[in-house]
Every structure is written in structure tokens, then in C-alpha cells.
Write a protein that binds this ligand. Structure first.
Ligand SMILES: Nc1ncnc2c1ncn2[C@@H]1O[C@H](COP(=O)(O)OP(=O)(O)OP(=O)(O)O)[C@@H](O)[C@H]1O
Length: 261
């Protein structure tokens, strides 16, 4: 357990906290294809959980199931002890579950600030009337490094900035648990470092639980408390990054020399 505190500076007891989300034998079938096949694992409160696996392993399907975009074909999904499988996606957001996409989903005709404000509208409804929206937007802009660009048109933003905008909009929903779908894709080495540092910052500042799906395994190992390797819709390995990088099954079945370079 000691090693689990190395990445985020938290104690083993904090990392081993109660699950914020639990999957129990979750399957998702598309016709005859089992994209997820009886997956069971917990997402621990306050951890950064990395998810990797080969193309078609079921990573995006898993994110879609965990965020209410897809209903599982079978199995149980709970958030903070409450059964959530089958709820509409907007209920997930209201509970404190947010996500970002591999390709930034932003409104090009709006300003940076307006984009983030649309996220704030999907936050906890009980605080919508109290003027808290501006505070949510300001905080999300500040933590993602966008405050000085708030009035600029989002449509002119470069890829890194578009990713920041999408992340800020997700943060403005005041989430407890954020799923990030390939957040580093398309970024160069320097930009990857910037974004990894940003995830660490918002994780330690907000105490957020982060689930990061990513093909860049080295960066994922550097960032995560634990890594889950999916293979053909099943759980191949769920362990500390150090152990995952040494696991012969992972090296043989998925990673290969190219990804370890
Ligand atoms: N809506 C869908 N209808 C039919 N099949 C689907 C659908 N979505 C995903 N699949 C299939 O389910 C399997 C898992 O797909 P998924 O996109 O979850 O994998 P992935 O691990 O995210 O892959 P990648 O790394 O390439 O993004 C694949 O065989 C895919 O073709």
C-alpha cells in the first residue's frame, strides 16, 4: 500500500478509501458482440485510476456506461452506494459525475467563458439560483489556466486550449468523479506534461476522483494511483503502475515494445 501514495502524495489510508463507484458483473452487448463482459471493480474515492487496453478493448464503452450514455445490458453500477444503472445521463451529472471526450466537444460560436458556463448549468440544481454559477465558472477558468482568455472566441482556440475549455466546462458542473477519455491524444510531449501537471493540480486542489482512459501508457503510469488494463471487455489487470508495467500478461497481450519506448 505504501507505494500507492507515491503518485499523488496521499496516504495509503486515503487511497484505500471507500469506493465512490462500484461495478458488479457489468456487461454491455452490441448484438452478438460483448464489448464489456462481466466487469467488476471499484473506483476508490480520491484516487486517479488509469484505464488502458488495446483498440476495441471496451474503454470507451466502459466510460459511456459509467457516465450514463449507455445502459449496461446486465450487472449493477452504483455511485456513492446508490444504484445508478439505467438513470438518464443528466442524472449522472447532477449526482457529481462528469466526463470529457477524446475530441473536444465545445461550442465554437461561443466565447471560452460561455462554454464553461454551459457546464455550470448542469451542476447541482439546488445552487443554481444563488449566484454560484459565476463562482463555478471563475474557479473552473482559473484552475485550468483560462482566466485571461475568457472573452476569446472558442472557435479560434488551438487543441490544447480546446481541451482546457472542455475540462473547465466539466469542472463547472462541480463533479466529484471525472472521466477523461484520451485527454492526451494529439498533444506533443511538452503539452502532455502541461496537461498531466494540470490533472495533478486539480486533483490535489479539489480532491477529485479521476478516471483517465489513455493510450500514452508512460504518462498514465506517471499520473495514476492504479491502472486497470482492459482486454476484450474483461479485466486483465488492476494494480499499481509499477506492478502493471512489470506484468508479463500486460506486456505480452497488450503493450508491446513500441508502447514502452
Ligand atoms: N455503438 C456500437 N455499436 C456496435 N458496436 C460497438 C459500438 N460501440 C463500440 N462497439 C464495439 O465494441 C467494441 C469496444 O469498442 P470501444 O470503442 O469501447 O473500444 P476502445 O477500447 O475504446 O477502443 P479504441 O481504443 O479504439 O477507442 C469494439 O469491437 C467496437 O467495434
Amino acid at each position: 500500500m505504501q507505494a500507492e501514495s507515491l503518485h499523488s502524495g496521499r496516504t495509503a489510508a486515503q487511497v484505500a478509501a471507500a469506493p465512490i463507484m462500484a461495478l458488479d458483473r457489468v456487461s454491455k452487448q452490441f448484438g452478438p458482440l460483448k464489448a464489456l463482459d462481466g466487469l467488476s471493480f471499484d473506483i476508490r474515492s480520491g484516487e486517479i485510476l488509469g484505464i488502458a487496453g488495446p483498440n476495441g478493448a471496451g474503454k470507451s464503452t466502459l466510460l459511456n456506461v459509467c457516465t450514463g450514455v449507455l445502459k449496461p445490458t446486465s450487472g449493477a453500477l452504483s455511485f456513492e452506494g446508490q444504484a445508478v444503472a439505467g438513470l438518464a445521463a443528466h442524472h449522472y451529472c447532477g449526482l457529481g459525475i462528469a466526463r470529457t471526450f477524446q475530441i473536444p466537444q465545445i461550442f465554437s460560436s461561443m466565447s471560452v467563458e460561455e462554454n464553461v458556463a454551459t457546464g455550470a448549468l448542469f451542476g447541482p440544481t439546488e445552487r443554481l439560483a444563488s449566484g454560484a454559477i459565476k463562482d463555478r465558472v471563475d474557479e473552473a477558468l482559473a484552475i485550468t489556466g483560462l482566466a485571461s482568455q475568457r472573452r476569446q472566441p472558442a472557435g479560434q482556440a488551438d487543441l490544447l486550449t480546446r481541451k482546457r475549455i472542455m475540462l473547465a466546462a466539466a469542472l463547472a458542473t462541480e463533479p466529484k468523479l471525472v472521466f477523461l477519455d484520451e485527454p492526451l491524444s494529439g498533444l506533443n510531449g511538452e503539452e502532455v506534461d502541461i496537461f498531466v501537471a494540470l490533472f495533478r493540480r486539480l486533483h490535489s486542489a479539489r480532491g477529485l476522483t479521476l478516471v483517465v482512459v489513455e493510450h500514452k501508457v508512460r504518462a498514465l503510469a506517471d499520473l495514476s494511483d492504479r491502472i486497470l488494463i482492459l482486454n476484450a471487455g474483461t479485466l486483465l489487470c488492476l494494480d499499481r503502475p509499477e506492478a502493471m508495467l512489470r506484468d508479463a500478461r500486460v506486456i505480452d497481450i497488450y503493450l508491446g515494445a513500441r508502447n514502452f519506448a
